[in-house]
Write a protein that binds this ligand. Structure first.
Ligand code: IMP
Length: 410
């Protein structure tokens, strides 16, 4: 079975933890999009790992993990990450493969990414990892893929510095290179987990363009980057937080009023309790209430079959919780998520208020034990999004995860 896990908001929904959890039940994990801009935090047996490129299944010694065709890979960042894993006792030899169609990030793209974003009148707030530059080189048909490492005439076109950089990694990259389609077709019937990066609303096509990343972070990217056609994908699960966050710039209709940030504010409470700081850049994340207009759109545009709710425990002490059920855009009420940035910037959220449950959920041992007010909140989300919440997470550890419906059935 081919199962896709995507972020259903603006990234940082807790996908790393969920993929890690489900990886235990799969044979192969394929990360299908993005690059070292992603930051996936996994806590296993009390130990915390921050991964940027290596798929989250790496912590299980018997799993094969693959960096997919639509990924853009900075070899230095990749081998630093592999060295970090080895140093901490995670065996990686022979277990990390890379699609031969994946593109390579060159060192000067990183500086260029930062320069270009700083020069924008409205900066995107990129992670500065050279992602956008690599994707634009790819679209220009000037990119370098793993498969091109044996194409001397192509390498000869590169400036000497870039060629030397690539050649210094050539052997190691080639030893990990795989024809992804052939590899997966030979393993038909196995459980394959397609791990997304970023989130639905950062997808180049269906996100809040131009305030997006440059890859296909939605479910369609799993087919493109996973080496299989769209009809091979059996199920799509969308991970979302009980509230919303965003890093970088761009519209965020339910954001807590930045003017009222600071100690004692709801924003600081959520940021500190939820540890809302970027794993890749350390930037504080912007925080806000759950946006159901955006979440339902993410469900619809990605064919999400089942939702995964994370960080529910962050709300444990609040007396009152809100969620946005519509936008008021210059006097017009809508539940449709607009493409227009001025419309999204003008959108005033229409909130529904829920009573808080004011009791700890972190120590409970199953979804049935959730307080009734938390169950009401979840039920409302399911009804609004017309999608069941199949998994609920109430803490960082693997054990704080409640599966409400069978994951490996369609
Ligand atoms: P880029 O991917 O570095 O070009 O950044 C483009 C936008 O996507 C910026 O707003 C980043 O903050 C955001 N972004 C990129 N990767 C992630 C991620 O993994 N989580 C959250 N936001 C991300």
């Amino acid at each position: 079975m081919n199962l896709v896990i995507i972020g259903a908001q603006w990234g940082d929904e807790g996908k790393g933890k969920i993929v890690d959890y489900l990886a235990g039940e799969s044979d192969i994990v394929v990360r299908y999009s993005g690059g070292a801009n992603a930051g996936h935090t996994i806590v296993a047996d009390g130990e915390e790992f921050a991964l940027h490129l290596v798929p989250s299944g790496i912590l299980y010694p018997d799993k094969t993990v693959i960096l997919g065709s639509c990924m853009v890979i900075d070899p230095k960042a990749l081998f630093d990450e592999i060295a970090m894993l080895e140093k901490r006792g995670v065996r990686t030899a022979g277990r990390v493969l890379i699609s031969d169609r994946a593109h390579i990030v060159l060192p000067h793209y990183i500086a260029l990414d930062k320069e270009r974003d700083a020069a924008r009148k409205q900066p995107i707030g990129t992670t500065g990892r050279g992602i956008g530059i690599t994707f634009s080189q790819k679209a220009e048909r000037d990119g370098i893929r793993l498969a091109d490492l044996e194409w001397q005439a192509k390498l000869d076109e590169l400036p000497a510095e870039s060629r030397d950089f690539i050649l210094s990694y050539k052997e190691r990259l080639q030893s990990m290179s795989v024809n992804l389609t052939a590899f997966l077709m030979r393993r038909k019937g196995r459980r394959v987990l397609f791990e997304g990066a970023q989130g639905a609303l950062l997808d180049i096509d269906s996100g809040t363009y131009p305030f997006v990343s440059s890859g296909m972070s939605g479910a369609a990217g799993a087919a493109a980057g996973g080496g299989l056609g769209p009809r091979s994908l059996d199920k799509v699960m969308g991970v979302f937080k009980a509230y919303s966050t965003r890093v970088g710039n761009g519209p965020f209709p339910t954001e807590f009023d930045p003017a009222r940030e600071g100690e004692g504010s709801l924003c600081s409470y959520i940021r500190e309790t939820g540890r809302e700081y970027g794993v890749t850049t350390g930037r504080p994340r912007r925080c806000g209430y759950l946006d159901l207009v955006a979440l339902r759109y993410a469900c619809d545009v990605n064919s999400i079959d089942s939702l995964v709710m994370t960080h529910l425990d962050v709300y444990d002490t609040l007396t009152e919780i809100k969620a946005c059920t519509a936008y008021d855009i210059n006097g017009t009420h809508t539940e449709d998520f607009p493409a227009s940035i001025p419309a999204l910037e003008a959108a005033r959220p229409v909130f529904k208020t829920f009573t808080g449950w004011r009791s700890p959920t972190t120590g409970i041992n199953g979804a049935e034990a959730l307080p009734p007010a938390a169950k009401d909140y979840i039920k409302f989300i399911e009804d609004y999004c017309r999608t069941r919440v199949g998994i609920i997470s109430v803490g960082k550890d693997r054990a704080q995860t409640f599966v409400r419906e069978s994951v490996w059935s369609v």
